[in-house]
Design a protein around this ligand. Structure first.
Ligand SMILES: *Cc1c(COP(=O)(O)O)cnc(C)c1O
Length: 458
């Protein structure tokens, strides 16, 4: 998603040309192509979210007709094993029967009331009884909304204005977080989107991941002004930038020492790495945690949670205003309940993570044996392929030139029936619906595609 901001909004995107011979003929895209031409008349860039436009990979976007289990079918009838999984929410795969049945059942009674329902209690109880890091929660309708509200809560609670974020972390399209680093160790951010006032960016300090000195300097320079540090549980929107435990604990300490809050944006990692997400993985207790994606079982749900004390600042209990016409929508709650009920079953994460571990390990063995400059990063069931030999922990360590190889790789994989998110900056997800058979098929497709990438683009 950051990729989309960088490349599409800045108008830097280039034609994705052919960079050598492909091993397999391209898949049919006639119907998708026609639909895309039509869509371009209706929507800016033909899409309702920028990365979907396939600007960083070969060809026009595929229009999807159907999903089932780990499979996707496009408008031309091509079938793919899907590793995008709607960008993370579908941890049980597409069209899961339990979710579908629960949603269908709840829908019989109407779609929305704008009044409390027992379903909200049910989902909250399911979450809070399995997550000891937060005591109260508020449901919203997207990850962006969750983060936007968490930032307002942090500012309202601390009575401070500034936010410290990290280069390479994406937090949705919240105005004050569409900000990138300027030059220098500690900088006021520069807006990364037109339409964000400079005065907003001035309240956001941007530093590099894994850089203690910069964080310390920010707290010195802006003493008693920083409301919160915000970081993705595991940064997974601009590559998979797995941070050291020590760095995350340092963030916890430095924010506490300065009476500022630590916000964990777990919109991707929440319920992906377990009910207690990356916070449990790092064994830290953030002050506010945001959720999205998996929490809604494929329907639009976000949430933020914190201690009883911090959450008491939220309206109508406290002075921080936050509301939503469709918040806690019964149909969306039903999907969340059905999905999280499955995830709460004993052994769910253990089995899923083991499958992901075996999958990534065997790709590593292959690329090591072949001496390819290729690295697989993974945590739980999230993985990222980088055309690099380095251990990448910061956004700055990703080589933009390596994305040329990803373009070829993406095309070869599509031609072999494997669907990855259409950008080399995006991570992939393994769901409970990916069986050993499909993962074996995928590995073979990856091996063949890598052979072609390294043959044609040395
Ligand atoms: C996806 C994502 C968001 C934004 O969520 P939307 O539902 O797309 O608004 C925010 N933060 C993180 C870490 C995300 O991965």
């Amino acid at each position: 998603m950051l990729d989309s901001i960088k490349k599409i909004f800045s108008g830097q995107e280039e034609e994705t040309g052919v960079t050598g011979t492909t091993g397999k003929p391209d898949i049919a895209r006639e119907k998708s192509g026609e639909l895309y031409e039509k869509a371009k008349k209706y929507f800016p860039g033909g899409v309702n979210s920028p990365v979907r436009a396939f600007k960083s990979v070969h060809g026009t976007p595929l229009f999807i007709e159907k999903g089932d289990g780990c499979f996707l079918w496009d408008a031309d009838g091509n079938k793919f094993i899907d590793f995008c999984c709607s960008w993370g929410p579908l941890i049980l795969g597409h069209n899961n029967a339990k979710i579908r049945e629960k949603v269908t059942e709840v829908m019989q009674n109407g779609m929305s009331f704008g009044a409390p329902t027992a379903l909200e209690n049910e989902l909250a109880e399911l979450i809070l009884s399995n997550n000891k890091l937060i005591q109260k929660i508020r449901f919203v309708s997207s990850g962006t909304e969750a983060v936007m509200s968490a930032i307002r809560l942090a500012r309202g609670y601390t009575k401070r204005d500034k936010i410290l974020k990290f280069e390479g972390c994406y937090h949705g399209h919240v105005d004050s977080l569409l900000v990138k680093a300027g030059s220098g160790l500690v900088t006021f951010g520069e807006t990364s989107s037109a339409g964000v006032p400079k005065s907003f960016a001035d309240e956001t300090i941007v530093v590099s991941l894994n850089d203690r000195k910069a964080v310390e300097e920010a707290f010195e320079q802006f003493k008693d002004q920083i409301a919160a540090i915000i970081i993705e549980g595991v940064p997974a929107n601009n590559g998979l930038l797995i941070q050291d435990k020590e760095f995350v604990h340092f963030l916890r300490d430095v924010s506490a020492k300065n009476n500022s809050l630590l916000i964990f944006d777990e919109v991707i990692t929440g319920f992906r790495l377990g009910f207690e997400g990356a916070a449990r993985y790092y064994d830290v207790k953030p002050d506010i945690i945001t959720y999205g994606k998996i929490i809604g079982g494929g329907l639009p749900v976000g949430a933020y949670g914190a201690s009883v004390e911090i959450m008491s600042s939220i309206s109508p209990e406290g002075p921080v205003y936050q509301a939503g016409t469709l918040s806690g929508n019964p149909v969306a709650m039903a999907a969340g309940i059905a999905q999280l009920t499955e995830l709460a079953k004993s052994g769910f994460y253990k089995d899923l993570n083991k499958k992901a571990e075996e999958f990534t390990d065997s790709i590593r063995r292959f690329t090591t044996a072949k001496n390819y400059k290729f690295k697989v990063f993974n945590i739980g069931s999230i993985f990222w392929f980088a055309f690099s030999e380095k251990d990448i922990k910061t956004a700055e360590e990703i080589d933009p030139a390596s994305m040329e190889k990803f373009k070829i790789f993406h095309r070869e994989l599509l031609n072999r029936g494997i669907y990855l998110g259409p950008s080399g900056y995006e991570v992939g997800f393994i769901s409970a619906a990916h069986s050993k058979i499909e993962l074996e098929k995928t590995k073979r497709a990856i091996f063949d595609s890598l052979d072609i990438v390294f043959r044609t683009a040395r």
